[in-house]
Design a binder for this molecule. Structure first.
Ligand SMILES: NC(=O)c1ccc[n+]([C@@H]2O[C@H](COP(=O)([O-])OP(=O)(O)OC[C@H]3O[C@@H](n4cnc5c(N)ncnc54)[C@H](O)[C@@H]3O)[C@@H](O)[C@H]2O)c1
Length: 260
């Protein structure tokens, strides 16, 4: 597809979803598309982005693809410009991109954690969300309407058991980011919430050994692991008008594996 093929759509509610070429992010993008949002799919993986777009040929007019590392401050200018150019001012931001480094399927423990790995996880999982929020706030405030959702994790509620210390810390911090933004911009019609998925069947979850995934699945009260669509449905609701009184909240979507 070239630029000249693009159908320019103006909508009140364009959404940006980070890390959306695969896994949970793709489930979120699909749910938002189904709800009528034009969606900007941002990801660092260009092959996965191409596959995402190729699999949805009928949605080309409501789909924009941006290849970017969301931990890169300059990338947010590009993401915002592309959103504005294709669909108008951004109304929804979903900070979903995240990494959980594993080594032979296992996390590094805290006493052996290299600073470089710590810094990368902080940058991708947390700093990216701050950069995204900071980038979208002017357009949301100007519209008097906005929806921000951070994809945290059950690990952010109870500590990381499978992922490393860096992962757990970033996922807890995302809850704080949403709460502070909720305080600061509630009067501007902007809500900010976090969703904390339990185990969801994606490439990230598949990094863990099979026996770990089997043990986790067996401990989930509803009797199955989550699917990306489970998270997408929750975020689509939070992105809508009927969720205007929900802000600063942490929504557990985990089949009952954690009830806090
Ligand atoms: N899968 C689970 O069980 C689970 C549970 C709780 C929370 N989460 C969280 O959900 C989110 C999505 O996880 P997933 O399981 O779909 O992971 P995944 O690895 O399957 O997909 C993550 C996507 O993010 C992209 N990405 C990674 N770094 C990026 C960067 N710097 N810039 C842009 N894109 C980047 C990847 O290319 C990939 O497409 C993550 O934040 C993760 O921590 C996952």
């Amino acid at each position: 597809m070239t630029d000249s093929d693009e159908f320019i759509v103006r909508s009140e509610r364009p959404a940006i979803v980070t890390g959306a070429a695969r896994g949970i992010g793709a489930g979120i993008a699909d749910a938002l598309l189904a709800a009528g949002h034009p969606v900007v799919v941002v990801d660092i993986n260009t092959d996965a982005l191409a596959e995402f777009r190729a699999a949805r040929p009928k949605l080309a007019e409501r789909l924009a693809i941006v290849a970017a590392d969301v931990s890169d401050e300059a990338a947010w200018e590009t993401i915002l410009q592309e959103t504005q150019r294709r669909f108008g001012p951004v109304a929804v931001l979903v900070n979903n991109a995240g990494i959980s480094p594993k080594h032979n399927g296992l996390r590094r423990e805290t006493d052996g954690m290299p600073l470089e790995e710590w810094n990368r996880v902080i940058a991708v999982n947390l700093t990216s969300a701050f950069l995204g929020v900071r980038a979208v706030l002017p357009a949301m405030r100007a519209q008097g309407w906005g929806r921000i959702v951070n994809v945290s994790s059950q690990a952010g509620r109870q500590g990381a058991r499978i992922a490393g210390v860096h992962y757990g810390v970033t996922k807890s911090a995302l809850l704080g980011l949403a709460m502070t933004v909720a305080y600061e911009y509630g009067a501007d019609g902007i809500t900010a919430n976090s969703v904390t998925p339990g185990r969801v069947e994606t490439d990230m979850a598949a990094q863990a050994p099979d026996e770990v995934n089997a043990r986790l699945a067996a401990a989930i009260p509803v009797g199955r692991v989550g699917q990306p669509a489970d998270i997408g449905a929750t975020i689509s609701f939070l992105a809508g008008d009927s969720a205007s009184f929900i802000t600063g909240a942490t929504i557990d979507v985990n089949g009952g594996s954690f009830m806090g």
